[in-house]
Design a protein around this ligand. Structure first.
Ligand code: ZN
Length: 527
């Protein structure tokens, strides 16, 4: 049996893309380079920017082949001529690969500066591929800059970096930039399946999906993980093997945990925490990964992709959107805040870390009791429905006068359809909604006038006055969103009940309600 490190190299090399046709998820770069070659306007220095393992160095080699192929230059290098073969093996005399992390001194770069002046021995171009270029020292960058200011016509530089901010502007301004994207989960999974097929091994698709998910858009990590899994596990592979190998909680764990939080299921919460710690994760890992998982929920529900910009598989996406809807934005933000503060508490008392963790997650499950869920803008669709009522009812005393329900459609706007007042016990004469709105105009004229303009309906329930508005925009929306105004509406002296504003969501058949209300909350737009 080979060691994981060896087999990793074997896999990565074996299935490394050799041509642009095999590069996954970076079509925009391929297009740009094709156009440059077709117009004979290929630059002399490129920075390849992107997270690790998405194919920067691989692409640099393919670019080198494209430029130096005996049958080129072409974005479809032949892969058979001497330059193509040698570049493939990293042994081409005119294509020099340098690791910026270990050759980062000024002397190393001076060596390049001198060598670059001599003509290529065999090929069209003398190409320097510098990996991790951001690791060069300041002096080394200075030396490099001199070369970049007046490079000989045969020279080409391909800099790969995960961290472009660490490259001096003077260098960046002399380069063209190729930005690499994280690879979509489904594409990673497809590639892993391809590898398995080629290797003649069977791996359950749920394991491949979990690897694809866990590598967060990095193909190399995914291939490495698969490789290690195949070399260490015997027999059929399972998600448990993956979890104990990688220390990475499987995505389902977070979904299960947060579902339990949403349902206040204390038993499952404790079991999930125990499960996480059992497979080798630490309490701090938990903090980090659980916050990431929450962010992902929010991002997927809002943007359709996770916080790293990776689009999850359709099934997972659906699950995440549903969970986000159950939890609601307020709760997710509240839980995130609790987990963040947990981090510093764990630092202060590491011995009680596990108890703190459990306590925090159990409290998170009860968060409804601590948070006012009357969300101004989401029309109750994102916040969980059972949560709102107890909190709101608590706010009124038993002796509070009950208001006659009134229907107050705006004269110019709404058909008087939406109003469904709850039955009330007694009918005490009090101000009706229109009268209260007039009162509001005296104390907060701007707010009152905006409410009048957007009013669809008002609904006086047992616990609150729900004011439904058309979706507002711009400055009007800012006023309606203003926490000070919201607070005022909850404490109106002339109203026995707090007011809550809600926006009427236009009916759209295909729109997911969570996405819709989140989009509205952020005043965003669908693409
Ligand atoms: Zn060739």
């Amino acid at each position: 049996m080979t060691s994981p490190a060896q087999s990793y190299r074997v896999f990565a090399r074996k299935y490394r893309p050799r041509s642009f046709a095999e590069v996954i998820g970076q079509d925009h770069i391929v297009r740009a380079l094709s156009a440059a070659i077709a117009k004979e306007r290929v630059g002399q220095a490129y920075i390849l920017v992107g997270p690790r393992g998405v194919g920067k160095t691989t692409t640099a080699r393919i670019i080198a082949k494209s430029m130096n192929c005996a049958n080129g230059p072409s974005v479809e290098p032949c892969l058979e001529c001497a330059p193509c073969v040698d570049i493939e093996h990293g042994s081409d005399i005119d294509v020099i690969e340098i690791d910026g992390a270990s050759n980062n001194g000024v002397d190393d770069v001076r060596g390049i500066r001198d060598a670059v002046q001599t003509h290529p021995i065999r090929n069209r171009r003398k190409i320097y591929i510098i990996d991790e270029v951001q690791r060069l020292s300041g002096q080394a960058f200075d030396a490099l800059l001199k070369t970049l200011e007046e490079p000989p016509a045969h020279a080409m530089f391909l800099f790969a970096t995960t961290d472009p901010h660490k490259i001096p502007d003077t260098i960046v301004s002399r380069c063209q930039i190729f930005e690499f994207r994280r690879i979509r989960e489904v594409d990673v999974q497809a590639k892993l399946q391809f590898v398995c097929d080629q290797e003649g091994v069977t791996v359950p698709s749920e394991v491949l999906a979990a690897i694809a998910r866990g590598c967060r858009g990095g193909m190399r990590d995914a291939e490495s993980m698969l490789d290690q899994l195949l070399s260490t596990a015997d027999g059929a592979l399972s998600l448990d093997d993956l979890e104990s190998l990688s220390g990475l909680a499987r995505p389902e764990r977070w979904l299960r945990l947060f579902e339990a939080v949403a349902n206040d299921d204390a038993k499952v919460i404790l079991l999930e925490i125990a499960g996480f710690l059992e497979v080798g994760g630490t309490e701090r890992d938990f903090v980090e990964q659980s916050v990431d998982a929450l962010r992902d929920l929010l991002h997927v529900a809002l943007l359709g992709e996770d916080s790293l910009g990776v689009e999850p598989s359709p099934e997972r996406k659906q699950q995440m959107v549903e969970l986000a809807r159950t939890l609601g934005r307020d709760r997710m933000e509240g839980i995130m805040g609790m987990i963040f503060s947990l981090e510093s508490r764990i630092q202060r008392s590491p011995l009680g870390a596990r108890a703190l963790l459990e306590y925090t997650m159990l409290r998170a499950a009860r968060i409804n009791q601590f948070f006012d869920l009357a969300n101004l803008l989401n029309n109750g669709e994102v916040t969980s429905a059972p949560a709102a009522a107890p909190a709101a009812r608590k706010a009124i005393t038993p002796a509070a006068p009950v208001v006659t329900p009134v229907v107050a459609p705006a004269p110019t706007v709404a058909p008087a359809a939406e109003v469904k007042p709850e039955p009330v016990v007694e009918q005490t004469p009090a101000l009706n909604f229109n009268q209260m709105l007039e009162q509001l105009g005296k104390v907060r004229p701007t707010l009152a006038s905006i409410i009048k303009n957007y009013l669809v309906s008002s609904d006086i329930t047992a616990s609150e006055v729900v004011v439904t508005l058309r979706q507002a925009h711009g400055a009007d929306l800012s006023v309606l969103e203003d926490p000070v105004e919201q607070h005022a509406l909850r404490e109106l002296s002339f109203s026995p009940l707090p007011w809550r504003l809600a926006f009427k969501v236009p009916p759209k058949v295909t729109v997911n309600p969570t996405v819709e209300s989140l989009v509205q909350e952020f005043d965003g737009q669908h693409e």
